[in-house]
Design a protein around this ligand. Structure first.
Ligand code: GDP
Length: 139
């Protein structure tokens, strides 16, 4: 069993595709172990994306991530990190495979609907950034 952090970003919430995204997770056998809707402050967004602090898009990305509510989830399942990344599609939706969330709903490279942890170490950091142990359902 593996866990990963998923975020439906402000553009996904604004486009009313929360249910559509969750439906794809569940249809792929992924379980939701925790979930909440919140709106990030700029400081919180910068902390979450600290690995990107030297990238030219950091300020724009953290502004975007604070622009409206987001849905954060802990996803659970076998190989769920890779599974979720496959369902999401490439960062740039123009490169994403047909049938992926980003291909279907992204607006541009930044407003790309979903976030998903890319490795076990980042998943552990990202889950801990949003949830404490008591908020995550144990099997
Ligand atoms: P991810 O793991 O597929 O989300 O991609 P990255 O970790 O490389 O980037 C994090 C997020 O930053 C992406 O999901 C986009 O929202 C945003 N992003 C990535 N590359 C660019 C870029 O070139 N320009 C802008 N404006 N945003 C970007």
């Amino acid at each position: 069993m593996e866990r990963t952090l998923s975020i439906i970003k402000p553009d996904g919430v604004a486009k009313n595709v929360i249910g559509e995204v969750i439906k794809r997770f569940e249809a792929d056998g992924i379980q939701i172990a925790a979930m909440k809707m919140i709106q990030l402050t700029k400081t919180q967004a910068k902390g979450f994306y600290a690995v990107h602090k030297d990238r030219p898009f950091f300020d724009s990305l953290t502004d975007f991530m604070t622009s409206g509510p987001i849905v954060v989830m802990v996803l659970e399942g076998k190989n769920v990190i890779a599974k979720n990344r496959k369902l999401m599609g490439a960062t740039n939706f123009e490169d994403a495979e047909d049938g992926t969330i980003r291909k279907d709903y992204a607006t541009n490279i930044e407003k790309n609907v979903v976030h998903g942890s890319d490795a076990p170490e980042t998943a552990a950091f990202e889950i801990g950034y949003f949830f404490n142990a008591l908020e995550i359902q144990e099997k």
